[in-house]
Design a protein around this ligand. Structure first.
Ligand code: ACM
Length: 803
């Protein structure tokens, strides 16, 4: 896929219409296309014995008995580093359990005398290795026996061992002793880079919230905070040499309301703020105490409008510029002239002095070349440097900044656009537009961090838009995050070593408050943490779900406003008509995702409010033929907090009968092309205007239309199936695509980068097939595959279609 401006963050954030309730819509668990996560394996078997830890440690062995921790337990620490972690445990036990323990130097005596305390928690800090491999300094061993708890590892490992120990202690306050089951855990992370990002350019968040974010990251063993500090809509870091960056660039006159981008509607409310250098240092220190590295991002050459509003002389045109009030991608970017490089070097000198991280993120994404193409200054640089196009000019820009940062002892990270025009020699690539950038970079011997939209964009909705409390567009469910493996199959073992790790991104165009950020981040952060930490072979979705249940109590205790997941078992179901039976008895078995939650549900499509049935035990639903039932449920926590409405579509359906073949069939599908900037699939399907172009197509080749932006195509015709059966269809289209069979919508793919599938029972013979697709700008692709019952998906051969 060639990703694009239009279908990137912005399009993904446009209102995502509810997937129409296709009669034979998305395939649910009942017909077996399960999320990509693993089915039961021996690893699952072993893992189910493990306590409810997230992320799951690499090796867990349960022992006999338990350790009973009470006020007589002594904490030992062998040195200052161990004492620092021991102190954390002491403080936590004091605040959460009201137990005040003594911390002593040294180790418990092997043979205890009468007056020795009989029980201990021992922290043993081992020397850190100067040249660590991935995670070598983050390993730990935790042994719990009836006599005591021993935790050993290098300082970072000790800290992570302590995070594990915290999860073994009761979440709620209990009367001592606190029982910790005998266990031996040997643990180390899969990846050295385990990140969370936060965009403070679009909306910014109080320092206390940033710290809370770091606390939660540390709890789940994440070790890198990518702080996105500058963007079109705000410059958020004080730079002493350039005070207007914050005096002007940190303030915008208003913010677009919702998704009113076109036509634009603003809220009329000035918005702004920034972090002082002192505050940024406070964040760095707070993070460091939690073994978290803070990587600042200073965006260049694009997403620079706030800086240009402050210093218009850095642009290619005279300006003036105003700090962005709208989302998206702006044409006005830094101009590649000497004054800009000098400015950026001066800025980065101050940034480098605040952030000790070995990396600095220079952005590099979404930088339109419009201004550079029209700029005499930019063109002169291209001639001087022998650059053949503006992509090479961007590469020149990034290489220059890399060279400068090298001189300051830093390496650069950039979004995957920095591949275009040639990668800077030592750059690490953050792959966000799918995995292609990460694969290409690793193949070129560069380090990569995987943050593809299909796994890692936590501003995407956590379920179908209509079921989400906040309809933020996109869709990235918890199981999809969990199913992600950051090492693409395309890489050799040597190339795979360049995958440093994985990161969740939190863009905040639509997240105005800390509560909204927390809702979007949790519980997906926990799935990401396990992707980042746990060996791939140990991971299994059902076991993660079990362990996740144990984590909610901790999140509740910390008052984290997480999204309450849908009950387990609330899955779409498609049952194909058996014989001529008109009804089917379906048993719904639900388990609350959060222990103790009450599930209320309805079967008539109404809101499951106060009067709705309370789920007590599995119940039967009598499904009538071709009358889909919407099972709608809410979960209500003990404190009264309610989930959004979650929903499953239960269908007992008949075969679609064959239709008549056209009387004078012509080969292929008919196509109709419309020149228009479509923004949703319904609009295209309903298009009644005369097409700009029409003809017959024997393939889904898009190049034949001779267009690259702002058009839509309808394909229409008939295909034949050889026998009665359930046929599977898989559709992917960049930007958007929809499939109709015999007039009914089968798939509406509201994503540009994911394939969506459905299964449809079809009678032998001809069926009408309509395919809608539209393009806004940037990359274009369309693929429709079909599988016969029990067969593999194959591209549909349209030479056999007629119209
Ligand atoms: C990005 O989402 N533009 C990196």
């Amino acid at each position: 896929m060639k990703p694009t401006l239009a279908n990137s963050r912005i399009l993904a954030r446009l209102t995502r219409a509810r997937l129409p309730l296709a009669l034979f819509g998305m395939v649910g668990a009942a017909i077996g296309v399960a999320p990509a996560a693993n089915a039961a394996t021996p690893a699952t078997q072993a893992a189910t014995l493990a306590p409810e830890l997230v992320p799951l440690p690499a090796h867990v062995q349960r022992g006999e008995g338990a350790f009973a921790l009470d006020a007589s337990t002594t904490i030992y620490a062998n040195n200052a580093e161990a004492r620092a972690v021991a102190q954390l445990l002491r403080d936590e036990l004091a605040s959460q359990q009201g137990l005040t323990l003594t911390v002593r130097s040294g180790a418990p005596k092997p043979n205890q005398g009468e007056d020795e305390p009989s029980r201990y928690v021992q922290f043993v800090a081992e020397p850190a290795s100067a040249k660590p491999g991935a995670g070598a300094n983050e390993r730990y061993r935790l042994e719990v026996t009836a006599r005591g708890i021993r935790l050993a590892g290098p300082p970072a490992g000790l800290f992570y061992g302590y995070q594990t120990l915290r999860q073994l202690l009761p979440a709620a306050r209990v009367a001592p002793p606190l029982r910790v089951g005998a266990t031996t855990i040997d643990d180390a992370p899969r990846f050295a880079y385990r990140g969370m990002h936060l965009d403070v350019g679009r909306h910014l968040f109080p320092l206390d919230f940033i710290k809370r974010y770091l606390d939660q990251m540390a709890r789940y063993k994440l070790n890198t905070f990518h702080w996105h500090l500058t963007d079109d809509q705000g410059w958020r870091l004080e730079i002493k040499r350039y005070p207007k960056l914050t005096a002007v660039g940190a303030q915008r006159k208003e913010t677009v309301v919702g998704r009113n981008i076109d036509p634009y509607v603003g809220d009329g409310q000035p918005y702004g703020g920034f972090y002082t250098q002192e505050q940024a240092r406070e964040v760095v220190a707070y993070a460091r105490a939690r073994h978290i590295t803070v990587i600042p991002e200073i965006e260049m050459p694009g997403h620079a409008l706030a800086a240009l509003a402050a210093y218009p002389e850095l642009a290619c045109t005279p300006g003036p510029f105003a700090v962005g009030t709208n989302w998206g991608v702006y044409d006005d970017i830094f101009c590649p002239k000497e004054a800009t490089f000098k400015f950026l070097e001066n800025v980065l000198d101050e940034v480098v002095a605040i952030f000790p991280a070995p990396y600095l993120h220079i952005g590099g994404d979404e930088a339109p070349k419009t201004r550079w193409k029209a700029s005499a200054e930019a063109q002169a640089v291209m001639r001087r440097e022998g650059l053949k196009d503006e992509h090479e000019l961007q590469s020149y820009f990034i290489r220059r900044m890399e060279k400068f940062l090298h001189s300051r002892g830093k390496r650069i990270i950039g979004w995957d656009e920095i591949l275009e025009g040639g990668l800077a020699p030592d750059a690490t690539v953050m792959s966000w537009r799918g995995e292609a950038g990460g694969i290409a970079a690793a193949q070129q011997g560069h380090d990569v961090v995987m943050t593809p939209t299909q796994c890692c964009y936590f501003d995407y909705g956590q379920g179908p838009a209509a079921q989400e409390q906040w309809n933020l567009g996109g869709e990235l469910s918890l199981d999809k995050v969990y199913a992600y493996d950051p090492v693409p199959a395309a890489l050799t073992a040597a190339q795979a070593r360049h995958v440093l790790g994985v990161q969740g991104n939190v863009w905040t165009e639509h997240l105005k408050t800390p509560a909204m950020v927390e809702y979007m981040v949790f519980p997906r952060l926990l799935a990401l943490a396990e992707v980042a930490w746990t060996p791939q072979a140990q991971r299994a979705w059902p076991d993660f779900q079990r362990r996740l249940r144990g984590q909610f109590a901790l999140l509740e205790r910390d008052a984290v406003g997480y999204r309450i997941p849908a009950p387990q078992g609330l899955d779409d179901a498609l049952i194909v008509q058996h014989g001529d039976a008109r009804t089917h008895r379906y048993t719904a078995t639900l388990t609350p995702a959060v222990p103790g939650a009450t599930i209320r549900y309805t079967l008539d499509g109404s809101e499951p409010g106060e009067g709705a049935a309370v789920y007590a035990a599995p119940f039967e639903v009598v499904l009538e033929l071709d009358k889909p039932v919407r099972l709608r449920a809410v979960s209500v926590l003990a404190d009264g907090r309610r989930s959004g409405v979650h929903e499953a579509l239960l269908r007992y359906r008949s075969y679609l009968p064959a239709v008549a073949k056209p009387a004078n069939p012509k080969p292929g599908l008919e196509y109709r092309v419309f020149d228009s900037m479509f923004s949703d699939l319904t609009m295209l399907h309903a298009s009644a205007r005369a097409p700009a172009q029409a003809g017959a197509a024997d393939s889904l080749d898009l190049a034949r239309f001779g267009r690259s932006r702002a058009f839509g195509v309808q394909f229409d015709g008939y295909v034949q199936v050889p026998a009665d059966g359930v046929y599977r269809f898989a559709l992917q289209g960049d930007d958007r695509s929809a499939l109709y069979l015999d007039g009914e919508q089968a798939i509406a793919n509201e994503t540009y980068d994911r394939t969506q599938q459905t299964e449809v029972p079809l009678r032998r013979g001809w069926h009408r097939l309509q395919l809608d697709w539209y393009q806004r700008e940037g990359g274009m692709s369309l693929s429709l595959r079909m599988a016969a019952p029990g067969g593999e998906l194959q591209a549909l051969d349209l030479r056999e279609a007629v119209h």
